[in-house]
Design a protein around this ligand. Structure first.
Ligand SMILES: Cc1cc2nc3c(=O)[nH]c(=O)nc-3n(C[C@H](O)[C@H](O)[C@H](O)COP(=O)(O)OP(=O)(O)OC[C@H]3O[C@@H](n4cnc5c(N)ncnc54)[C@H](O)[C@@H]3O)c2cc1C
Length: 354
């Protein structure tokens, strides 16, 4: 049997069900290959993450996305109901004391949010793969090694719930769609593809502490906002890089909610701090920037160990055709959702064309 466009179909493992892994896996399936997607978490989406609380949802990973590549636009246009523009043109840039120093970000491109929450896009894209039984959730790949019976192929050791251990075998190719440090670690630990691991080592990705806050005492439109009138801000406060009013996003409900992202430098410095201490410090900084000093009814922090690319790889992906191993992820190109999509897509095209 031949895959679409005439290449023999391959059995391919994709590790990581964030945007890059999903774009990669879907493209390969559409080209006729047999794909298994491995994801260590309970759900798909990776850093395009949202959570529900009694006060409404929070996008505690990516806040919005922009679209510059027409291939991304093309895929998004297949499900137009899944995205809405968000008036992040109201973004303000603040000085360390919280004063506005620039009226607005250049309104050069629309800012989009997925609806009802940011993770909806990933869940939608994963649907055909899940329906076909091609996704192994709660399955962390712990080792990549040559297949015991067919050494020209790969097998994966995995760990799942309750430390259950499995081996998945018979893969013609293995593609890693995860943060660079984790990909380098897995390749290094498995003792394979030293060349790939070496190239990945130059990539630098900073952590990010995210703080979620809810103030149900202020519900739009019956009560005025708490604090400022803007909906999102880039900040130069040493603790805070970004703040956004979640409740200003379309279809998110009226309870006043904010997501605050700590700066890369501060997150790195406080990487191993106790979550309660981090929460208290970020809450204080939030009050300084916004003037909101009311006690939040809900507050929670989340630590992203690998959040924002500081130094990208500078290429869309890496593919070693001889070893049949590849890597993709936002960090190949930058730090945006679209970078992850393009990276996954380009890796899939390289694998299919090989
Ligand atoms: C706080 C924050 C704010 C952001 N804000 C924005 C924004 O406003 N706009 C924007 O465009 N981008 C933003 N981003 C970046 C955006 O979220 C990323 O560019 C994009 O989601 C990365 O997708 P990815 O598939 O490359 O990686 P990820 O989303 O990290 O996916 C990797 C996946 O691999 C899985 N995995 C890792 N190791 C293993 C293993 N051993 N076995 C199995 N599975 C594994 C992980 O669980 C994860 O699901 C933000 C990111 C963060 C953290």
């Amino acid at each position: 049997m031949m895959s679409k466009m005439g290449t023999p179909p391959k059995k391919i493992a994709v590790i990581g069900a964030g945007i890059a892994g999903l774009a990669c896996a879907r493209t390969l399936v559409q080209a006729g290959h047999q794909v298994t997607l491995f994801e260590k978490s309970v759900g798909v989406g990776g850093r395009m993450a949202s959570c529900e609380t009694p006060f409404g949802s929070f996008d505690y990973g990516s806040q919005y996305f922009t679209v510059r590549d027409k291939r991304f636009e093309q895929v998004l246009s297949l499900a137009p109901e899944l995205r809405k523009p968000w008036s992040a043109t109201a973004v303000r840039v603040l000085d360390p004391h919280g004063r506005v120093v620039e009226a607005a970000l250049p309104a050069s491109e629309p800012h989009w949010v997925a609806v009802p929450t940011m993770d909806a896009l990933a869940r939608h894209w994963a649907q055909p793969l899940l329906a076909a039984g091609n996704v192994e959730l709660e399955t962390r790949v712990t080792r990549i090694e040559r297949d015991a019976l067919h050494p020209e192929q790969w097998q994966l050791q995995t760990s799942g719930p309750q430390d259950s251990v499995h081996v998945f075998s018979g893969f013609d190719a293995v593609l890693l769609a995860m943060p660079s440090a984790l990909a380098a670690g897995l390749l290094g630990q498995s003792g394979i593809a030293a060349g790939l691991a070496q190239q990945i080592a130059q990539v630098d990705v900073a952590p990010c502490w995210s703080l979620m806050l809810a103030y149900p005492q202020a519900v739009q439109p019956t009560l005025a906002h708490l604090g400022p009138q803007w909906n999102a801000a880039l900040s130069t406060h040493h603790r805070i890089a970004w703040l956004a009013r979640e409740s200003s996003k379309p279809g998110r409900g009226g309870v006043e909610r904010w997501t605050v992202q700590a700066s890369p430098a501060w997150s790195q410095e406080h990487l191993l701090d106790d979550a309660h201490r981090v929460q208290a410090k970020l809450l204080k900084a939030f009050g300084e920037v916004t003037g909101i000093h009311a006690e939040p009814t809900f507050a929670q922090v989340h630590r992203w160990r690998w959040a924002k690319t500081q130094a990208p790889l500078g290429r869309s992906h890496l593919w070693d055709g001889d070893a049949a191993l590849g890597v993709c992820g936002d960090w190949c190109l930058g730090h945006r959702v679209e970078d992850a999509f393009i990276s996954g897509l380009e890796l899939a095209l390289a694998v299919h064309g090989d």
